[in-house]
Design a protein around this ligand. Structure first.
Ligand SMILES: Nc1nc2c(ncn2[C@@H]2O[C@H](COP(=O)(O)OP(=O)(O)OP(=O)(O)O)[C@@H](O)[C@H]2O)c(=O)[nH]1
Length: 205
């Protein structure tokens, strides 16, 4: 079996009830729970994915949206290479709070070039309070990737994670820190390259 070339730390943040845990469950286990309970503190799942022939391990942290369940905030953010910022397309208030989440991200993220993705979830619902253009414009203003999806119906969930991981891997210095200057290029398929492993940036706390 191929070696894992990197372990990436990815966070999912956003207001309570927007569907962070549901997106994670859909992505890792292809399941959906209509009665998903609120996250207390932090939850954590690992999934290994393939990026252009290389195996990349994702450590995905699902954080509580409710303030009272949020403890140890700085340690969630430490070393993260990717962040998924989620709002609920059927709930304007969850969109209006995005700026607060970006402020928290700027405060605690230790990596300057962390890749951010804005995700509007619950597009399966008839009720719409945030249209696609509003989401696109916000993402553009803050230099984030953007997609809309549904953890319930599965629409675009896989794409969101794929795009984020590709962008991280394509960003020099974000995951292949100093020591890993081994000439590895994504797409390179010989054994030497694949033997490269995860360095500094993969701390889990
Ligand atoms: N219709 C619909 N409901 C969803 C979707 N995603 C999540 N839900 C529901 O929304 C509710 C909240 O989902 P969670 O995944 O717990 O939300 P969360 O953001 O993790 O919430 P906290 O842990 O409190 O921060 C649950 O009842 C889910 O079943 C979706 O795409 N469509």
């Amino acid at each position: 079996m191929d070696d894992v070339i990197a372990t990436l730390k990815i966070l999912i943040i956003g207001e309570a009830g927007v569907g962070k845990s549901s997106l994670l469950l859909r992505f890792t286990d292809d399941q959906f729970d209509p009665e998903q309970s609120a996250t207390i503190g932090v939850d954590f799942k690992i999934k290994t994915v393939n990026v252009e022939g290389n195996r990349v391990k994702l450590a995905i942290w699902d954080t509580a949206g409710q303030e009272r369940f949020r403890t140890l905030t700085p340690s969630y953010y430490r070393g993260a290479q990717g962040v998924i910022l989620v709002y609920d397309t059927s709930k304007r208030t969850s969109f209006d709070k995005l700026e607060n989440w970006l402020t928290e991200l700027r405060t605690y993220c230790t990596k300057r070039d962390v890749i951010k993705m804005l995700v509007g979830n619950k597009i399966d619902k008839d009720q719409r309070e945030v249209d696609t253009l509003t989401g696109t414009n916000f993402a553009r203003r803050y230099q984030m990737l953007f997609t809309e999806c549904s953890a319930k119906t599965c629409d675009h969930v896989q794409d969101a994670f794929d795009e984020l991981v590709h962008k991280i891997i394509q960003t020099p210095g974000l995951w292949d820190t100093e020591k890993s200057n081994s000439g590895l290029k994504i797409g390179e398929r010989d054994g030497e390259a694949k033997a490269s492993s995860c360095y500094g940036g993969c701390s889990l706390i």
